[in-house]
Design a protein around this ligand. Structure first.
Ligand code: ADP
Ligand code: MG
Length: 488
């Protein structure tokens, strides 16, 4: 694979990227209060006295949030810290009534792990790369300021305040926009399999802080900037592209990159300085005296591990073992939803290759046309398996199956009932097929002569004519055999 390089006036530059992904933990309640963590809602309708930081209120850790963070750590083969602790990160802003965020600086719940990414899933020999994970820690989200409700005043909505986040910090192991994109995609896929985050970037359930620096290939790490709250995979990739370019131009013009926090503006395709970078000591971190250290016992850890589903990498390997191509296995396992649908189809008796092809061409095609997602599919796996069985046992041909599927989508009827009602059964009746072939040969003397004169490509023409005359219902294998005889 050719390495990603930025061409400058002084030669080529390498980009170094580290991502800090904030993922909202799937949970009914917030991290330290019983208020709802649901997205949306009337402003300030999901706020408890703890979230509003009323005097005397004490935080109580939500066991489910801790559990989800641990399961996520296990899914990326990370070290799980049975002893961890919460720290206060102090800063003043109106979206944070406590005056500090409860986070984990010194002793995060999850230590080093890793995620393997495949850069081009269509290519079986695509380069793979293991991206190191530095840590995952658990922390509270802040509220939201609303500046557009009143000409001279700002309002604050505390619904998000106190919602549980995981911050997943990568090592500076990525070296191109494509690698960073593949990493976020893979991370999102793992989170969805585990069920610890819905990965919905549009609703802000997942957002990335993008750290970028540039250096001459093989040189020392350069100074990084951190572009905050990037909320789509495409924007992550664009941020890297424009920020790396900016840094190269700046350095080559005799300037120096300053460590700072920046914002990405997708309309102008540029990053802009937001503030100079704070250091940890600016936040006066200290252990939160309201909370005991988190101690996880063996039974809890075992339950976390036992509750993990089969993860995408393992699934992909298993699917390849069923005879699927690397590409098909990657497509089917990229989203948990697709893999589970496929496995339902197999559980109903469908054959893996047939099911994989049908799902990716017919079903995905139909859903695309209908603008529906897989969980809104009008046909369920049991109904689909019934259709596929009619093809594999020779009752209908593949082309008739397409027609039957269309009718299933329109009417919701079952495949067998449609075949019965419309008389679509495939025939292997040699007498009937021979009679049709005789008619076709008589009606096309020119083609017949040309074929016998050596133009063998015309065989397909005769197959087509025969199938057409039999309205697609003739068994293609039988048609082939009989035609060969008749044309010899
Ligand atoms: P902070 O929390 O202050 O942002 P961290 O040490 O936690 O700092 O690192 C944040 C992120 O920056 C990590 O994802 C790390 O991989 C990345 N990073 C560190 N050094 C560099 C660098 N020179 N270039 C690009 N990314 C870097
Ligand atoms: Mg940071």
């Amino acid at each position: 694979m050719s390495e990603y390089r930025i061409q400058g006036e002084t030669g080529e530059w390498e980009v170094v990227i580290g991502l800090e992904v904030h993922a909202q933990i799937t949970s009914n309640a917030k991290l330290f209060s019983g208020a709802s963590a649901a997205y949306g809602g009337e402003p300030n309708s999901h706020v408890s006295l703890v979230d509003a930081a009323m005097p005397g209120m004490l935080p109580v850790p939500n066991r489910e949030c801790i559990r989800q963070a641990v399961r996520t750590g296990m899914a990326i083969n990370a070290q799980i810290n049975a002893w961890s602790r919460f720290d206060r990160k102090n800063y003043f802003y109106a979206d944070l009534p406590q005056g500090y965020q409860i986070s984990q600086l010194y002793h995060p719940i999850v230590g080093e792990g890793e995620i393997e990414v495949i850069l081009d899933e269509k290519d079986a020999d695509s380069p793979r790369k293991t991206i190191g994970i530095e840590r995952i820690h658990v922390e509270q989200d802040a509220g939201k300021l609303m500046h557009d409700q009143h000409p001279t005043m700002s309002y604050v909505d505390l619904n998000r305040c106190g919602v549980a986040l995981m911050e997943i910090v990568s090592k500076p192991d990525m070296n191109s926009p494509a690698e960073a994109g593949a990493y976020v995609k893979k991370l999102r896929s793992i989170l969805r399999y585990v069920g610890s985050c819905d990965g919905n970037m549009e609703e802000g359930s997942m957002r990335a802080d993008v750290n970028v620096s540039v250096r001459k290939p093989g040189g020392e790490l350069g100074t990084r900037t951190e572009t905050k709250n990037v909320n789509s995979i495409r924007f992550v990739m664009q941020t890297i592209e424009v920020e790396a370019r900016r840094q190269v131009d700046l350095i080559e013009d005799g300037g120096a990159v300053v460590q700072e926090t920046r914002l990405f503006d997708p309309n102008k395709m540029e990053t802009r300085s937001m503030r100079s970078k704070e250091d940890a000591h600016d936040y006066r971190y200290f252990p939160d005296p309201d909370l005991l250290p988190l101690e996880l016992d063996d039974a809890f850890l075992e339950e976390c591990r036992a509750s993990l589903p089969e993860l995408p990498d393992a699934k992909r390997v298993r699917y390849e073992g069923m005879g699927l191509s690397a590409y098909n296995a990657a497509v089917l396992t990229a989203e948990a939803e697709t893999a589970f649908w496929f496995e339902d189809l197999l559980a109903q008796g469908a054959e893996p290759k047939q099911a994989s092809n049908w799902l990716q061409s017919e079903l995905f095609g139909a859903l695309n046309r209908l603008g529906k997602s897989l969980d809104e599919s009008p046909v369920n796996p049991a109904q689909a398996a019934e259709l596929l069985k009619l093809v594999s046992d020779g009752t209908i041909s593949g082309s008739i199956a397409k027609q039957v599927f269309e009718i299933m989508l329109e009417t919701g009827q079952g495949a067998s009932a449609i075949v019965e009602e419309k008389g679509l059964k495939q025939t292997s009746d040699t007498g009937a097929i021979e009679a049709v072939i005789a008619e076709i040969l008589a009606a096309n003397p020119g083609q017949l002569e040309a074929y016998r004169g050596g133009k063998e490509q015309l065989f397909g023409f005769f197959v087509g004519q025969t199938m057409k005359a039999m309205q697609g219902k003739a068994n293609p294998g039988v048609v082939n055999d009989l035609l060969k005889k008749a044309l010899a």
